[in-house]
Design a binder for this molecule. Sequence first.
Ligand code: ATP
Ligand code: MG
Length: 269
Amino acid sequence: MKFSERFRVEPGQKITLARRDPDDTARLPDKKAAHKRMKQNLKRLSELQYLLYAENKRSVLIVLQAMDAGGKDGTIRRVMGPLNPQSCKVISFKTPNEEELAHDFLWRIHRVAPRKGEIRIFNRSHYEDVLIVRVHSLVPKSVWSKRYDQINAFEHILAENDTHILKFYLHISKDEQYQRLKARLDDPTKHWKASQADFDERKYWPDYTRAYEEALSRCSTNHAPWFIIPANKKWFRNFAISQILVEHLSKLRMKFPKPTADLSKIALE
Ligand code: ATP
Ligand code: MG
């Protein structure tokens, strides 16, 4: 079985997060082994990014979702950090502003979708509109419940227009979240990260779990699969995401475009 298949949610598969071990390391012996393979993956990923940019025919959209302190920032730093910023961009979605709220929920998402040749990383995404919005009833159920199908339709449009979509849910345990939030209180270099909201949201852990389970179960499709990444161990999380990115981007069989000029006629003085 390919590594990525192990963590992929099959279309229509019913997900129960309690049955997924956030400490799983896929029999990888240790951190050292993971680092070694991750280094190779990052090198390959840079090559694939270069090809994607040169080819300029399709784009890649990576969606990162997690509970608070789930490790989205760390993933971006470690896995996407080494990519060339020329054609890789991170978009972080915060509470929608007045203008965004005056539009349909996908408006602010579609306008920042990746252009051809580019990789975009969504740090949170349109899934917030069936997560925090559902947990806190920010819109009535009659509105958010329709969004699963709307999201699938939207992602289908992107995919049919050559956007390759990969979605990662970073799966941590409630105990691990406790440790990480505690570190935000104890470690002076992390104080800036401590927000009341993170501590308040923790009380809604079961509601978020249910909301995530429904999003993962209903919105994993062949053209935009969800992966549930065991994320208690940061080294495994980083390795796993780098591995899945390499496996998927390699499958695109990208090629350098043919030169536009007749190279035999170019004289280099
Ligand atoms: P960390 O995981 O480190 O806490 P963060 O991603 O939570 O980082 P913050 O600036 O703390 O970053 O929070 C952004 C907030 O915006 C989150 O609470 C998120 O749920 C909220 N948000 C994002 N999209 C929406 C949305 N569509 N509707 C309502 N709230 C949203
Ligand atoms: Mg937060």
